[in-house]
Design a binder for this molecule. Sequence first.
Ligand code: GSH
Length: 219
Amino acid sequence: MLTIHHLENSRSQRVLWLLEELGLPYEVKRYERRPDLTAPPELRAVHPLGTSPVLEEGGLVLAETGAIVTYILQTHGRGRLVPADGSPDGWRYQHFLHYAEGSAMPPLFLKLVLSRIPEGAPVLVRPVLRAAMAAVDQRLTKPRLERHFDYWDASLAESGWFAGPEFTAADIMMSFPVEAAVSRVGVGLRAHIPDFLARIHARPAYRRAVERGGPYAYA
Ligand SMILES: N[C@@H](CCC(=O)N[C@@H](CS)C(=O)NCC(=O)O)C(=O)O
């Protein structure tokens, strides 16, 4: 039996969703965030990185969402949710599988960190820090994020999905950056992004995964 170590309100929601799409049996071990929003120390006992998701099956303990998604699809997927290997859509799929965590999430994470720094500082220095962080955001994060949002919108324009004409696991991987961007930043007037979110949120497997995973602020 597959076990997923799942942190509430986190990117590991995608793994539960993939398992629901494939109709596979699995066990969820849920973890609550600490007040500072970090993962509880018990996750360190599961994997040295102490982050979520982590998959366990047999003797395997695997961290990193993209690797977990690939493992599930290669071991249990029977060819579902992946375009033909080596085809143009297959390479688009590989691109978005890696891009989601490797390129899309870092500026979103930076944005989150910048917004939190002033709140953790003594009250008197907060206004100065707020101004400084806003300047960093304007110069560094905002233009980069705008470029990513344009890229997502253009990528979705053709079929409504990220990797070819069908729904694939690339859409599952991209769901978290898109959800995080819409809820943390707002993506402005980009036609295809809200439509993508509405379609994934309406999928029965997505709804079932949210029920299994518990609190998820982005659904
Ligand atoms: N790139 C990794 C990121 C893992 C990660 O940072 N997970 C977050 C969940 S959103 C986490 O566990 N955060 C809690 C912490 O860092 O203490 C992946 O996709 O698995």
